[in-house]
Write a protein that binds this ligand. Structure first.
Ligand SMILES: [Zn+2]
Length: 427
């Protein structure tokens, strides 16, 4: 069903071919030599035992891939670059890249193309238009869960429901790859139809942070010393000026943190602080393994090919890859979560006693494994007016003063949309 709907969508959204990628040379002309795409034609222009049951071999699929299909790749790091190479060699010529390296999560919206005509428009709207009017498939090769969730939320916000029924032409498939050292995963998401990133949020463990008391007074590891300098010493001493925040890519900054961490480590007789480790801790680097990136990128590019050509059934829907010791891989079908705060269309219930404080609600939003918000801001409607209950900068512990069943709208960096909750008082 999905595939025939997707084909219909392709017909509806014939996009003008724009610039050619560099694979075709920089003179702007295509340089298809004879038989260049023969390897693809074998998959697309004749039938085979693994072909999608509804697929009819033709020359159209290849033309669509070469001329029309537009792909947005998010992330141009280790995984992203591998993906770009695979996609280009698979015949895709309309590839846009949003590089996350220069991105601060709060700036995610700004990474999309903004033009003079967009001035004054909400940035999330501009990003939505940009994606919606242009792309057939989105591929994520990111190392940030927040950025992934934001993209997931963006695609969910583009879905069109008519009388509660999802319009399939509004679906943009998301292929998501992720690696961490020797482990990786690839998954296929049809927003609104199959499990989304937030449906399976429990799979992502929260980032490990060291307890503040350990960092401040009982360091045992070199990392504790570096964290001490990063979190406590930098804001106190402001070594490069009052409003200069620590930049992991600035060698002078890292050098300063490194020297101070050495002093701290000497105080507690801790060894192992190096410049490299300092940079690793400051930038939260998990060592990349090229072979894992290569395997995951290959899996993702294959899924893009399958979906763009409609010739094969896509991965259903989550592949796990592990080459820590030998090679271990399997796939399973991640299921949609009925009350997913991102894709369920139904406000989730928040259970609190009438005497709870707002701080408890905020703690729940950030600490719950299924929500993992970063800096939630809550608004609600009172007497027909929008009222902000909490801004991250104001920390006032006061009683809720809200009614049972009250709807709360929560904004957070993990999503471009506000998330709705219903307050349910417990006795
Ligand atoms: Zn979901």
């Amino acid at each position: 069903l999905l595939f025939s709907l997707f084909r219909e969508k392709k017909r509806r959204r014939v996009v003008e071919q724009t610039e050619k990628m560099l694979v075709d040379g920089d003179n702007g002309s295509t340089s298809d030599w004879d038989d260049r795409w023969n390897h693809l034609k074998k998959f697309l222009e004749r039938s085979g035992p693994f072909m999608h049951p509804d697929f009819e071999p033709s020359t159209e699929s290849l033309q669509f891939m070469l001329e029309t299909c537009k792909i947005l790749v998010i992330g141009a790091g280790g995984l992203g670059c591998e993906l770009l190479k695979n996609l280009a060699l698979s015949g895709f010529r309309n590839i846009h890249v949003v590089d996350m390296d220069t991105i601060d999560v709060s700036n995610l919206n700004r990474q999309f193309l903004f033009r003079a005509k967009d001035v004054g428009r909400p940035k999330a709207d501009v990003a939505a238009d940009f994606i919606n009017s242009q792309f057939h498939i989105i591929v994520c090769g990111l190392d940030s869960i927040v950025a992934r969730r934001w993209m997931n939320g963006m695609l969910l916000s583009l879905l069109v429901y008519e009388d509660g029924v999802l319009d399939p032409s509004s679906i943009i498939p998301l292929i998501d790859g992720g690696t961490e050292g020797f482990k990786g995963n690839a998954r296929v998401i049809f927003p609104g139809m199959t499990a989304c990133i937030d449906c399976t949020l429990e799979l992502y463990p929260p980032q490990i942070n060291f307890p503040m008391c350990t960092i401040a007074s009982m360091p045992r590891l070199p990392e504790h010393c570096i964290e001490y300098v990063r979190i406590l010493l930098w804001p106190k001493e402001m070594p490069f000026g009052d409003d200069v925040s620590l930049d992991g890519d600035d060698p002078e900054h890292i050098q300063w943190v490194y020297q101070k961490s050495l002093e701290r480590a000497a105080e507690f007789s801790i060894t192992g602080v190096t410049y490299r480790l300092t940079q690793g801790v400051v930038k939260r680097i998990i060592p990349a393994v090229a072979s894992t990136n290569a395997a995951i990128a290959a899996a993702c590019a294959t899924e893009v090919f399958k979906i763009a050509s409609s010739a094969y059934l896509p991965l259903n829907n989550y592949m796990v890859f592990n080459d820590v010791d030998g090679l271990y891989t399997y796939t399973f079908e991640a299921e949609r979560k009925e009350n997913c705060s991102a894709c369920s269309q139904v406000p989730s219930d928040l259970h609190f006693s009438p005497s709870s404080k707002l701080q408890e609600v905020l703690d729940y939003l950030t600490e719950s494994t299924s929500l993992q918000m970063k800096s939630p801001a809550i608004t609600t409607t009172m007497d027909g007016k929008n009222k902000t209950l909490y801004l991250q900068v104001i920390n006032l512990p006061f009683k809720l003063g809200l009614a049972d069943g009250q709807e709360l709208a929560v904004a957070d960096v993990t999503t471009p949309q506000t998330v709705l909750f219903k307050l349910c008082f417990t006795s």
